[in-house]
Design a binder for this molecule. Structure first.
Ligand code: ADP
Length: 395
């Protein structure tokens, strides 16, 4: 027996909103993450009513206890006696207004400054940034940048404050994929100002150097260039900073793991055996750097023909099987899709989330599900983690 998202959702149908409707029917349940005996539930009590103020603390605390008891009841029906549960109430912007965990209630005002306020530089190593996640792949051309871009845009569409750093300093693709070509990099008092496009703050080496000339940066130069991009950008406050790494297992991931505290890494892979072998190496590299692999995305998983049938060109499921073997969560399968390629080439990633401009429902659904899984895994990783910096063990 295992507790699933659906068990929790079904149980929450029994929890009533003050309006008389249940929480699920009213759309208040924003996100549920579950893995073994750990779960998190995110609720917005004023969903769909942007002008209504958040309920009083006492009311949220009462509602939180009901949710807590209900979810624990669902867990115990599945044989889980000691569920580790976090219940978060959020406002319309996705900001947490109250968190209940292990019998403790915290509100943003009651947090000690050194706990996890955005200003705390020690949390991630970058002031104002809550979670830094690297997106890597064992080899080029598997869709790593595509996944990083769509992850960032998808998170922003869900109301998160998101930054995207093109860590592929050798072959930056963000200028094209995010549509930055006609824009100029702004610098204010020595700080790089990120471009704000598709709801995401982005920075890329592609807007700082002449991309027509090959970049031949080795070791310390690559290290310095990358660190400057991370540190000299005025990010402001971010929920997620997504870093699109160069392909392979080189200097940049090492620099990254040394200079910031990563919440984890996402490995992108196509289903073929050769791509999987590279992805296994990439995953091994993250682990040797002490960086948790949050999950694997299978890109170019299958193709949907004009006849509506799904064709498994590269052997769908290969990356999923690999993820299972390595014990990593599977974050989802992204189909081969003409719109995804053309929206990438023309810098319109938001179009991937609209069935009218994404060639149908399949792509938006796949991307949204990937974003949901990603959020869930970041939450779970934070629950199970102390705040220690990764230790390097390189042989
Ligand atoms: P990487 O970062 O791994 O080198 P990219 O994300 O740059 O790979 O993708 C390489 C090319 O493949 C791009 O033109 C991109 O638009 C295209 N592409 C990536 N994933 C898909 C997909 N699922 N369907 C169609 N085209 C894709």
């Amino acid at each position: 027996m295992a507790l699933t998202k659906d068990h929790i959702l079904d149980a929450l149908r029994g929890v009533m909103h003050p309006s008389g409707e249940d929480l699920v029917a009213r759309g208040c349940v924003i996100n549920i993450a579950v893995c073994d005996d750990q779960a998190s539930v995110r609720v917005c009590m004023t969903q769909g009513e942007p002008n209504t103020p958040q309920p009083e603390k006492a009311q949220l605390t009462r509602m939180g206890s009901v949710i807590d008891a209900t979810v624990r009841g669902a867990a115990s029906e599945q044989g889980i006696a000691n569920l580790q549960l976090i219940t978060e109430f959020v406002d319309h912007g996705g900001n947490v207004v109250m968190r209940l965990s292990g019998g403790k209630v915290t509100t943003p005002e009651s947090k000690r400054p050194e706990q996890d306020t955005p200003q705390n530089k020690d949390a991630t190593g970058v002031p104002g940034v809550k979670h830094i996640i690297a997106v890597g792949a064992g080899k080029g051309g598997v869709g790593k940048s595509t996944v990083a871009v769509n992850l960032a845009v998808g998170l922003a569409r869900k109301g998160h404050a998101v930054g995207l750093l093109d860590g592929d300093i050798y072959g930056p693709s963000l200028p094209t994929m995010m549509g930055l070509d006609a824009m100029e990099q702004q610098v204010l008092e020595g700080a790089l100002q990120p471009f704000y496009v598709h709801g995401v703050k982005c920075i890329t080496m592609g807007k700082l150097v002449d991309t027509d000339k090959p970049l031949i940066w080795r070791g310390p130069m690559a290290h310095g260039a990358f660190n400057q991009l991370v540190e000299r950008t005025q990010w402001g406050e971010l929920d997620y900073l997504i870093i699109d790494l160069p392909p392979g297992t080189g200097d940049v991931p090492l620099t990254l793991a040394q200079s910031v505290q990563l919440a984890g890494a996402v490995v992108v892979c196509t289903p073929q055996k050769v791509a999987q072998d590279d992805a296994v190496r990439a995953s091994g590299m993250f682990e040797s750097l002490g960086v948790e692999v949050l999950g694997v995305v299978e890109n170019m998983s299958f193709f949907i023909g004009d006849d509506g049938k799904e064709y498994d060109i590269f052997g769908r499921g290969g990356a999923q099987t690999m993820a299972q073997k390595l014990g990593h969560p599977f974050l989802g399968a992204v189909p081969i899709n003409m719109a995804l390629r053309s929206n990438g080439d023309s810098g319109r990633p938001s179009d991937n989330f609209d069935p009218k401009t994404a060639g149908g429902e399949a792509l938006p659904k796949a991307l949204e599900s990937m974003v949901d899984q990603f959020e869930a895994q970041v939450t779970l990783a934070q629950m199970g983690k102390g705040a220690s910096k990764p230790t390097l063990s390189i042989s």
